[in-house]
Write a protein that binds this ligand. Sequence first.
Ligand code: SF4
Length: 238
Amino acid sequence: MIFQDPYQSLNPRFNVFEIVTEPLLFEEKSYSLAEKEVLALQALEFAGLRPAIDYLYRFPHELSGGQRQRVSIATCFIMSPDLIIADEPVSMLDASVRADILKLFVNMKEERGTAFLFITHDLSLAWLISDRVAIMYLGKVMEIGPADIISGQCQHPYSQALTSVLAMVGEERRQEKILLEGETPSPINLPSGCRFHPRCPVAAERCRKEEPEYCEVNPGHFVSCHYPGSLQKHKGDK
Ligand code: SF4
């Protein structure tokens, strides 16, 4: 797992060597100190901390935010994981560092076949780096499908509202901005029926009573809505 805040996610009492090699404690095989050092150096090199030996015995307070996030990546990398869960991993980093960290993820995906579950509020970023996206509202997946749905093919009213305010590079805006009214309800007191109904511009009586099932609107593209695609039709009718 890679956490959002590189300033909080590393133990300040551990040095980089101890942080990066800690996951090896959970492996059946036991490693000598020399083996651990070699693995830690390889992981740090891969994560872009070069020369790795210069970072191996530093403490987190001696590193920048970007370097700390690279230490988190090295900590994952040392296990050669099949899946990494990354929770807003670049949102607290400078724009210049962000691009480098994202390239690292892409390299892990392409060279090692690592899968990522990438959690973000940045839809443009999700569109750029993902194969599939799931759009959530109040803890429920409202729509899931190929990443391209973000660029104009989404069918859930919530996704349509979110994507209507996205700026797409090189594309003229084809649709009107949809601004949702009202506040997001409390997740401990969910609305009846469809949880999005208090803010949905096309909510009907049925939506207040019945929670929608998932329907497959295109192969591999699922929407939890009684009237998928209805918001665009509604806007078109106006
Ligand atoms: S089920 Fe009804 S309220 Fe919920 S998103 Fe669809 S149209 Fe809107």
